[in-house]
Ligand binder design. Structure first.
Ligand code: ZN
Length: 204
């Protein structure tokens, strides 16, 4: 009798079971993928966008633009002309905010006497301080103490609906302008002094 080694045939029942398990795993994988795609999509859907000459504004759908508009008080200024907004009822709150942002940005450039070419900044407005804190912690791995901040890497100002003011925005915009203007960035303390200078002189 010759003896050779033969791989034993798998019983059919085991094969069927294996196929079932594989099919089941594929199905689970597909479900997981579609859930993660959906959550990423719905996160996108939760945020809206508008832009002006200098700014692209991203905000949660729960953010009240009328409140944001009220908080940006430029009544004191001679650098903001409301373009006859009262006479054109068709104009949206986003349009009015866009104009105000550009006016503040222009003024910040003027105060610094820095006018870098092709400058544009993103502004992320969150509904709650908690959301802002989360963003900060994800970037810096430490607790947030600010009501707004600018991140050079993303060229974005992060802020909260309930804290936003014309001065805070002027300060953060100044950070963006300073970062774009200097080829060699000045020390952090000097950058901060310049940004504070803009904030302090906004209403001169
Ligand atoms: Zn600062």
């Amino acid at each position: 009798m010759s003896v050779g080694f033969i791989y034993p045939e798998e019983p059919k029942a085991t094969k069927d079971l294996k196929m079932k398990v594989i099919k089941y795993l594929i199905l689970i994988a597909i479900i997981c993928l579609s859930i993660s795609a959906k959550s990423a999509y719905s996160q996108e859907e939760d945020r809206s966008f508008f832009s002006s000459k200098y700014c692209s504004v991203f905000y949660g759908n729960d953010v009240d633009l009328r409140k944001v508009n009220r908080r940006l008080n430029l009544g004191f200024s001679n650098f903001y002309n409301p373009r006859g907004h009262k006479e054109s009822p068709g104009i949206s709150t986003a349009d009015i905010i866009a104009d105000k942002l550009d006016a503040i940005f222009n003024k910040a450039e003027e105060i610094l006497d820095m006018h870098p070419a092709r400058i544009h900044v993103a502004i992320n407005i969150y509904k709650t301080q908690k959301e802002l804190d989360q963003v900060y912690e994800e970037f810096f791995n430490e607790p947030n103490k600010a009501v707004s901040f600018y991140i050079y890497k993303t060229n974005t100002i992060y802020t909260v609906e309930s804290q936003l003011t014309e001065n805070i925005l002027a300060h953060e915009m100044a950070h963006c302008i300073i970062d774009c203007y200097f080829v060699m960035l000045p020390p952090r303390k000097i950058q901060e002094m310049l940004a504070v200078y803009v904030d302090v002189h906004l209403k001169d």
